[in-house]
Design a binder for this molecule. Structure first.
Ligand code: NAP
Length: 263
C-alpha cells in the first residue's frame, strides 16, 4: 500500500476505507474484509456511531495496532478531551492516528487548541479539518501552533476544487477526498468518459475516478460493503493516466458540490 508523508513526518496510507452509513454491527465484518483486502486506513467518525465496531475489527484483525491508521472525527466542540477519551475507549486504542474537526463548530480555535494539547502529549498522531472553507479555514491557520496535517473535503471527478487543492499543497496540508466516488451520484459508475478511459486500461469507471484523485495528489477513502468492490477500489496503483486523459477528466468538474452542504 502506497503512503503519503504528512507535514509532521507521520506516514498515512494514500488510500483508505470509509465507513459512513455502515451500522456498528455490520462494520465489524466490513472492516475485517477491508483489512484482508489490504486497506490499512479506516475512516470513521463519532457521528457515524460505529467507532466501537471499527475498534473491535482492528483489535481482532491479527495485525499489530501500528499497522493500521485510524481516523476519527469530532462531533461536537463540547468536552473535546472527554470525547477523545470516549473514542479511544471505543476504538480500543491508546492513540488516534488522525483526528479531524468534522465541520466548523463555532468555537474552533478553542477546539483546535485542545487538539494541539492532545497531539503534543501523543494521544493524537496527526490533526486536521473537514469541511472547513473560507473564513473558518483561515481562522484556524491564523491561530494554530500546529499546522493541520490533513484536510478532508468533498472531492471527486465532479467536484475537483483545483485551486483549493493547490493551496493546500502550498501550505503543506494533504487533501483527503470524502465521497471520492460521488457516493454514486451523477451516474459516476457509467460515466462515458470514465468508462472510455477505463476500457483503455482494463479498469472500471470507479478505478479511474480514484486513480485520478491520487494523480492529483488527493487521498481517497471510498466506502463499500462489498468485498469484490473493496478489491476493485484498491487496484489503482498498477496503471497511470496520461496527460490527455487527465485533461478529459478535468473537464468533468461541475464546479459545485453534489450534497448541498459545505459549498
Ligand atoms: N468528512 C465528511 O464530512 C464526510 C462526508 C461523507 C463521507 N465521508 C467519508 O468518506 C467515505 C466515502 O464517502 P461515501 O461513503 O459518502 O461515498 P463513496 O465512497 O463516494 O461512494 C460509496 C457508494 O458507492 C458504492 N460503491 C463503492 N465502490 C463501488 C464500486 N467499485 N462500484 C460500484 N459501486 C461502488 C457504494 O455501494 P456499496 O456499499 O453497496 O458497495 C456506496 O453506495 C465515507 O464512508 C466516510 O468515511 C466523510
Amino acid at each position: 500500500m502506497q503512503n503519503v508523508m504528512l507535514n509532521n513526518g507521520v506516514e498515512m496510507p494514500t488510500l483508505g476505507f470509509g465507513v459512513y452509513n455502515i451500522s456498528n454491527r455490520e462494520v465489524v465484518h466490513c472492516v475485517r474484509e477491508a483489512i484482508e483486502c489490504g486497506y490499512r486506513l479506516i475512516d470513521t467518525a463519532q457521528w457515524y456511531g460505529n467507532e466501537d465496531g471499527v475498534g473491535r475489527a482492528v483489535a481482532e484483525c491479527g495485525l499489530p495496532r501500528d499497522q493500521i491508521f485510524l481516523t476519527t472525527k469530532l462531533q461536537s466542540g463540547r468536552g473535546v478531551a472527554e470525547s477523545v477519551e470516549e473514542s479511544l475507549r471505543k476504538l480500543r486504542s491508546e492513540y488516534i492516528d488522525l483526528l479531524l474537526i468534522h465541520w466548523p463548530m463555532g468555537d474552533d480555535a478553542t477546539i483546535w487548541a485542545t487538539m494541539e494539547r492532545l497531539y503534543e502529549c501523543g494521544k493524537l498522531r496527526a490533526i486536521g479539518l473537514s469541511n472547513f472553507y473560507g473564513s473558518d479555514f483561515e481562522n484556524i491557520l491564523r491561530c494554530c501552533k500546529v499546522v493541520p496535517q490533513v484536510i478532508q473535503q468533498e472531492l471527486h471527478p465532479f467536484r475537483q476544487q483545483t485551486a483549493l487543492v493547490e493551496r493546500y499543497r502550498q501550505l503543506g496540508l494533504v487533501p483527503q477526498a470524502w465521497s471520492p466516488l460521488a457516493c454514486g451520484r451523477e451516474n459516476i459508475f457509467t460515466n462515458p468518459t470514465l468508462m472510455r478511459i477505463g476500457a483503455a486500461h482494463g479498469k472500471t469507471a470507479a478505478q479511474v475516478a480514484l486513480r485520478f484523485l491520487v494523480q492529483c495528489g488527493i487521498c481517497p477513502i471510498p466506502k463499500t460493503t462489498h468485498k469484490e468492490r473493496m478489491a476493485e477500489n484498491r487496484a489503482i496503483f498498477d496503471f497511470s493516466l496520461d496527460a490527455n486523459e487527465l485533461t478529459d477528466l478535468r473537464a468533468l468538474d461541475l464546479g459545485h458540490g453534489l450534497f448541498g452542504w459545505y459549498d
